[in-house]
Design a protein around this ligand. Structure first.
Ligand SMILES: *Cc1c(COP(=O)(O)O)cnc(C)c1O
Length: 358
């Protein structure tokens, strides 16, 4: 275990919890924050001891703070759920988030946080704010770990100071409506050698303008294609994408421009263990459109932490709209979704050891 964890973590608790002011039956997403947060500074060439303090402003930021200029920032997103059979709080594959944050840090020139330190910080803050995990069916505690360059210096170089933070937000049930996606042949999210495979903040900033154009055309999100030829589908917003064509499942293979989703990995495993064939390969726009034309495109969905599986209802491509089969007919992915959400909430056996209990 890393040296900085040798002593007990310093915890400064709030004098009065704000929890009584929250209506857990009616929580706006991402606007209600739990009482505490983890903060850990990188200074003098090393990560200093993590601390838990009351949620609040980060007071050591100035106009010259490096992240505001050059965007050296990375993040993670995960959810904690209440176990339906005990008082435990359940985290779904949290080490995977820790590893991905590590990889994101390396790619962005940020000193990585060791995965064991990440896990200790995460468990401590969730334990302390466990009352904030909503006790309302299908609600969750959203967890946002992130790291940013915190140098008061505007030269273009990797910062020498960083801050690692974990804060949490109770969130209500997420019943996603089916999503209409527009295939982009102009803008790209990622390109070979770029940062598409890591959760770098700037990746998302660059998608907001193209997303607003898609909205104006009546689509909810963009289905990104590869940056070289716009020939292969890659992913959607903050979700990986899967197709069911003529009985088999397909998903773009991780080739350096696609974010390696933990949901993607888990859904592939559940599908395979249910006897389904899952093929990871480059998936061309042409084969998806052709499958639609000849009636073999049975299912298409996004996979990500927010909703596990989000159904796609329509694809827009070159001025045409292609509608997908009704959700009721997509029985295999529905079964997988129920299985995975069951595991996350203790309704289904944790047969893969995916759950960490707090
Ligand atoms: C976070 C994210 C995903 C999904 O990852 P999960 O670990 O399943 O939540 C997919 N694509 C992008 C671009 C993402 O940022």
């Amino acid at each position: 275990m890393a040296d900085i964890l040798k002593r007990p973590m310093s915890i400064k608790q709030v004098p009065h919890s704000r929890i009584a002011t929250v209506d857990f039956n009616n929580i706006p997403f991402g606007r209600v924050f739990s009482d505490h947060m983890v903060v850990m500074d990188y200074e003098d060439g090393e990560w200093q001891a993590p601390q838990i303090i009351p949620y609040g402003n980060l007071t050591d930021m100035t106009p010259g703070t490096s992240v505001l200029h050059y965007g050296q920032a990375i993040f993670e997103g995960m959810k904690a759920n209440r176990d339906e059979n005990s008082d435990d709080v359940l985290l779904f594959r949290p080490e995977e988030n820790g590893k991905r944050l590590y990889d994101s840090a390396v790619r962005m020139g940020i000193p990585p946080v060791p995965v064991d330190v990440f896990m200790e910080c995460l468990k401590e803050v969730v334990k302390l704010d466990r009352q904030w995990v909503p006790d309302v069916p299908e609600s969750a505690l959203y967890i946002r770990p992130f790291i940013y360059g915190n140098d008061p210096f505007i030269g273009v170089k990797a910062a020498q100071r960083y801050k690692f933070v974990i804060f949490t937000c109770p969130v209500g049930p997420y019943y996603p409506y089916p999503v209409k996606v527009l295939i982009s042949e102009k803008y790209v999210r990622a390109f070979p050698g770029g940062t598409g495979a890591v959760k770098a903040a700037g990746n998302y900033a660059a998608t907001l303008y193209p997303a607003s154009i898609a909205k104006a055309e009546g689509y909810d999100q963009i289905l990104w294609t590869d940056g070289l030829e716009h020939k292969y589908v890659e992913e959607i917003g903050t979700m990986n994408v899967m197709f069911q064509i003529d009985g088999k499942f397909y998903t773009p293979k991780l080739d350096g421009t696609i974010l390696p989703g933990i949901t993607r990995k888990s859904v592939i495993q559940l599908l395979r263990d249910a006897g389904q064939e899952v093929i990871e390969k480059k998936v061309s726009v042409e084969e998806v459109i052709n499958a639609h034309k000849n009636g073999t495109l049975q299912d298409m969905f996004g996979v990500g932490t927010a909703a596990t599986i989000t159904y796609i209802s329509d694809i827009g491509f070159r001025g045409e709209n292609y509608s997908l089969p009704p959700i009721e007919e997509r029985t295999i992915s529905q079964g997988i979704k129920a299985e995975m959400e069951g595991i996350k909430r203790g309704r289904k056996e944790d047969r893969y050891n995916w759950i960490t209990r707090v």
